[in-house]
Design a protein around this ligand. Sequence first.
Ligand code: 5MM
Length: 338
Amino acid sequence: MSELNDIALKVIGNGKGILAADESTGTMTKRLDSVNVESSSKNRLIFRETLFSSESMKNCIGGVILYDETIKQSGSSGKKIPLLISDSNAVPGIKVDTGAKVLAGSSDEKITEGLDGLRERLKEYYKLGARFTKWRAVYVISKEYPSKLSIISNAHALARYAALAQESGMVPIVEPEVLMDGSHTAEDCYQKTSEVIKRCFEELILNKVDLKGIILKPNMILPGSKCEQKISSEDIAKFTVKCLKDSVPSEVPGIAFLSGGQTEIEATENLNSINKINNTNFVMTYSYGRALQQSALKFWSKNIEDTKGTQATFNHRANMCSLASQGKWSKDIEKQNS
Ligand code: 5MM
């Protein structure tokens, strides 16, 4: 199983992180609608190929999470997308869940689906070049949520998925996302996230998942987006590192945070603060969707043929995230380079 550990470290080690470009067609359509670009298969490919052929892919991006549509596409030169990614020495990955659906028994919550036929789909993705996979579970915070039902059933699904991914020779990214929506405090987020993560590891262990061959993709510990009590980046880092130190077994090679609706700068600053105080053995890096793509998407939407300009915007963000993953980012560096 040390091969899986090697893949995991290739994806998240050496100051690199993950580009989460696995938006399903519905989500990508929302993103493109927001910048007034038609969400055609061709346009989705142009934007993604522009990012995947950027210079920063070589030094800042260790892995790219793709969506089913993209992993089967070829770029403008005729090269298959997974090959375009591996040519930059990054690892192609694939989202394999089929989405979060209403949880029977607790209809305000979600359960992630996709286990039926997963073994066969994994084999196909491996043949297409994927070497890691992703499955995202979502949890809401309120007085009564996340419910025990949501915590137990999502952890069970995540663990069964992870076991199947490893059986197919791929590293599973285990993504339990406790959402930022709501007026809860950072303390509430800390407590609920700890409970969610601990349960995930109980199930992963029960399903005999090799913990050295996974990547955990959690949320940072943040106050809810409607909470009036804001906290500093240093406090976010303290809560986050403590939560992970207490809930994640030490065999896990690394943690790649989702950005979860933070701005690009917030996600970069908070990751940097985390790495400044990271006293664990875990690599702590990024697996950002919006916080890596937002500015590039905005720039690209003004002229979808301006590949160079879009890439420069993306390269800047990727470079800043890479510095943050090493605790070397600062507001001055951000300004000097923008
Ligand atoms: C890229 O977005 C992924 C979700 O797509 P769908 O909702 O369309 O399935 C998402 O899982 C993403 O990989 C993570 O949430 C990280 O993205 P952010 O934008 O939170 O960093």
